[in-house]
Design a protein around this ligand. Structure first.
Ligand code: B12
Ligand code: SF4
Ligand code: SF4
Length: 307
């Protein structure tokens, strides 16, 4: 017998579409996050990401993003895969090994939203992955998906933290999941000890000015001189604070083929990357999160690790 409750139908459909987890929270203003977000911004922890300083009200209140917003549907999708690059190869963060997750996850979220609209004709809402002013991790906690680790990642007991989050804010009401109110980090501090840049703050936020992920992806202009000392062969992103996390030691391999590594990422040496043309860059990374740095930013990273 299929479960007739609408929220269960949505969660089952989400799993059929390839999401690993789906939870639903009621809309509210995230007052309890205001202080942490304000202090993160006031202390310049967003570094050059000026967009993080904009739309602060929207970031705390989903009602300002979607008219008559009632529910926040949150999905988590595992992208973990075994990846042990040889020493002569540049290192990419796992989230960027395959096709662009923004497109992959958004396509699935639109499908899920289509199913919701079939069930509730006239339903209104919006789909979000990463780029909009939504505190996705805070909503994942509200929807019961997991807790925020010391490394600031949303951690799910079964999946670990190598997950992408996706959000649909809708004007429909459902029965809601309980917010996740446990902290399974305990006395562990492995991520803080392992971060070579000292970028993890005690309040479970990240100082982007120091974070290798920020510096290799989002930062424009010159890279700090001592970056090479802390970042080895990393050309795009950083996974260290997740690799050392015990909750990732049994991370399952992703079920989504689109996240499997591009052959060039697996096989090109640093010398080969150094010689790629702009056209070749655009062809290889046509549908990849690596496009974010652009050709010049990418080459800047490759040349840095050759120093
Ligand atoms: C800006 C940004 C970055 C910046 C800044 C990172 C940061 N931690 O803020 C940089 C470029 C450094 C970055 C790096 C990475 N990012 Co990023 N990033 C974002 C983005 C766009 C906004 C994050 C944000 O609002 N930061 C402001 C701080 C203040 O908020 P926050 O980190 O979300 O923290 C809130 C919650 O943790 C919350 N919270 C909730 N409950 C609780 C409970 C307690 C007790 C506490 C203390 C806190 C807490 O408190 C904070 C707000 O008050 C989100 C997408 C989105 N729209 O949310 C993706 C996102 C967070 N990034 C993601 C990923 C995958 C990464 C990288 C792993 C990529 C990589 N391999 O290089 C790294 C990880 C670095 C790290 N350890 O966080 C995923 C994380 C998925 C997950 N499972 O957590 C997201 C959600 C994108 C997505 N849709 O999947 N990122
Ligand atoms: S992503 Fe890398 S540099 Fe950034 S906090 Fe984690 S370990 Fe540190
Ligand atoms: S490494 Fe330890 S402290 Fe850091 S997020 Fe994982 S469990 Fe929490």
């Amino acid at each position: 017998m299929p479960d007739p409750k609408p929220e269960n139908i949505i969660k089952n459909k989400a799993v059929e579409l390839g999401f690993d987890h789906c939870g639903i929270a009621g809309v509210k203003t995230l007052h309890e996050h205001e202080e942490r977000l304000n202090s993160w911004l006031a202390n310049g922890m967003h570094a050059g990401m000026s967009y993080m300083g904009r739309n602060k009200e929207k970031r705390l209140d989903p009602g300002l993003l979607v008219k008559d917003a009632r529910s926040v549907i949150v999905t988590a999708t595992n992208y973990y895969q075994t990846y042990n690059p040889a020493e002569d190869k540049p290192v990419f963060a796992r989230y960027a090994l395959g096709k662009d997750y923004h497109r992959v996850i958004k396509t699935k979220l639109y499908e899920l939203f289509g199913i919701i609209k079939e069930m509730h004709p006239g339903a209104g809402g919006r789909v979000f992955v990463d780029t909009a002013p939504v505190l996705e991790r805070a909503w994942a906690v509200e929807a019961g998906l997991g807790w925020i680790g010391r490394n600031s990642m949303l951690i799910n007991k079964k999946l670990g933290s190598f997950t992408f989050l996706g959000v649909i804010i809708v004007d429909l009401k459902f029965s809601y999941d309980k917010p996740f109110n446990k902290d399974y980090c305990g006395s562990c501090r492995k991520c803080i000890d392992a971060c070579p840049a000292g970028a993890i703050n005690e309040d479970r936020t990240i100082d982007s000015n120091k974070c290798i992920s920020y510096l290799t992806i989002e930062h424009h202009g010159e890279l700090p001189h001592d970056l090479h000392r802390v970042s080895d062969n990393k050309v795009f992103g950083c996974d260290i604070c997740q690799e050392v996390c015990p909750w990732n030691s049994k991370a399952p391999e992703t079920k989504i083929k689109e996240f499997h590594p591009l052959p060039e990422i697996l096989h090109y040496t640093t010398e080969q990357w150094k010689r790629i043309s702009r056209d070749e860059f655009n062809t290889i990374f046509d549908d990849s999160a690596v496009q974010r740095t652009g050709y010049d930013g990418f080459l800047r990273g490759v040349l840095r690790i050759l120093q």
